[in-house]
Write a protein of this length. Structure first.
Length: 501
């Protein structure tokens, strides 16, 4: 059984899919559209010529999936990443000197904008002290204490990336429960380890897990159940497998679906996992410290057993954080014990392995300390104000899209936002219309880049450094881009609509 939400997800355009020349060709465009496309390509490639030249020059040696994003033969000449040169506040500059208002913000990293002075100062001070890896970091304990204070989690440890944090959280759950199967949900993202790159295929109405990508061993998929998110049937499947499940990992609000905020489903999931002795893991790499000081757990009033954090808390430095109940975190170091008495850690046989040369990196600890202290001093007003500004920004754009019958809708969760529906009655979910929607989305993306708005195909976020003038600029750039797409015959123009009435 598929939910309304999963059906909507299936109709969303995925603009990073690669289409063969046979699927889309110049013959699918009329002369008006072809002229518009040629003009856009010429203008955009002239503006970003050095990014294109360097992408081509280094392609033989640099294996980079970003170089494929949005690949269609029709727009092949514009398929290359914008290469950045420097950044400050809400803006980035590319290698050709073009200035952009950035609404990617490091895929959610830069809550305080680019190169904020208080983080820069902390990094400079640490560099003067030297970067040491043998001795324990002098900041690790304080940073762990701050994370615990803000999130309410008992114990904390550090990794280098969100992917490593998720891997560790799952290992801890397996070590604590003695079980090995886990549940994850379709359309969630939990990093790029083999254990989470698994997808579901349905046979006889029942989901079967298979590798999501070439190179992922089939045996890995045997220990992962991939279920539909916000689907009551998923809860029944979890209950049926409770005796063999170590953990359920969930991205509480999926970055691809910020409009889907399923508090009731998460509450039911919490009740079920607690009753069944299954570890509930919240992947808060994106939502942590952004939507609320306590992340999505505080927002929904749901306490997970383990949570993973990253992005914002690193202040631009690579970091992953695993935090949770001592019951699970004690599997890392044996738990609490004291000097001067008869206490001792858990036997080594009860612990699992966790390590990494660059864990607790001195620069990452310095940046994280600066970020956490700033979050603490600012209090909840920081998130509340930024969330409200983002909601108003999204509302303004959606009002415009609806009034002009533009088949785009945005949604936000706090200061994260994305396009969640691209289509209306004029764009039904068949292969031909989806192809048209993908093309329109791609062209809008390049129009906005050409006008000085930096965005990607996925996550978008606002920072505390975005001004009202920045948001007004973005809104006008979107309106101007839509008007050009209407003039180019890719979207119905107002005159086309009035002629039909």
């Amino acid at each position: 059984m598929k939910t309304k939400e999963s059906n909507l997800q299936e109709t969303q355009p995925q603009i990073n899919s690669i289409q063969s020349p046979e699927q889309i060709s110049t013959g699918s465009l009329n002369s008006r559209q072809q002229k518009h496309l040629e003009t856009l390509i010429a203008r955009y490639t002239k503006r970003t010529k050095t990014s294109k030249q360097l992408t081509q020059a280094y392609r033989p040696v640099l294996a980079d999936p970003r170089g494929l994003e949005g690949f269609y033969p029709l727009v092949k000449e514009m398929v290359y990443p914008v290469i950045g040169k420097h950044a400050l506040g809400s803006r980035v500059w590319d290698i050709d000197g073009n200035e952009y208002i950035d609404i990617v913000m490091g895929f959610g990293v830069n809550l305080f904008g680019h190169n904020p002075p208080f983080i820069k100062e902390a990094l400079q001070q640490r560099l003067e002290q030297g970067i040491h890896f043998g001795p324990q970091s002098d900041l690790a304990g304080e940073v762990a204490e701050l994370v615990s204070e803000l999130t309410g989690m008992e114990r904390v440890t550090f990794s280098n990336t969100g992917t490593e944090a998720v891997m560790t959280a799952i290992r801890l759950a397996r070590a604590a429960t003695g079980r090995y199967k886990i549940v994850r949900f379709s359309d969630s993202y939990h990093g790029h380890s083999d254990g989470t790159l698994v997808k579901a295929e349905k046979a006889d109405g029942y989901p079967h897990s298979v590798p999501g990508y070439p190179g992922v061993p089939p045996n890995v998929a045997l220990d992962v159940l991939v279920l539909d998110y916000v689907n009551p049937q998923s809860l029944e499947i979890i209950k049926a497998h409770e005796h063999e499940l170590a953990a359920v990992i969930v991205e509480p609000v999926q970055s691809s679906r910020p409009d889907l905020q399923p508090k009731e489903f998460l509450q039911q999931l919490r009740q079920l996992t607690r009753k069944s002795g299954i570890v509930l893991i919240f992947d808060e790499i994106i939502t942590g410290f952004r939507v609320h000081l306590g992340g999505a757990q505080a927002w929904f009033g749901i306490k997970a057993d383990i949570a993973t954090y990253g992005k914002i808390v690193g202040g631009g430095m690579p970091i992953g954080i695993i935090a949770g109940s001592a019951t699970y975190m004690d599997k890392i170091d044996g738990g609490m014990w004291n000097y001067g008495d008869l206490s001792y850690p858990q036997p080594e046989a009860e612990m699992t392995f966790f390590s990494g040369t660059f864990c607790k990196h001195p620069l990452a600890m310095a940046a994280a300390r600066a970020v956490l202290k700033r979050l603490k001093s600012e209090g909840p007003a920081l998130q509340q104000q930024l969330n409200q500004r983002t909601s108003q920004f999204v509302k303004t754009l959606n009002t415009y899209f609806e009034a002009d019958e533009i088949p785009i809708r945005l949604a936000n969760f706090g200061s994260i936002f994305n396009s969640v529906r691209f289509g209306n009655s004029a764009y039904k979910a068949n292969s031909d219309s989806l192809e048209k929607m993908q093309m329109i989305n791609l062209l809008l993306y390049h129009h906005l880049l050409d006008k000085g708005v930096y965005l990607r195909s996925s996550l978008h976020a606002l920072s505390t450094t975005h001004t009202d003038e920045d948001l007004d600029f973005i809104i006008q750039a979107i309106k101007d881009s839509v008007r050009e797409l209407q003039d180019g015959g890719f979207l119905p123009s107002p005159s086309d609509k009035s002629a039909k009435t």
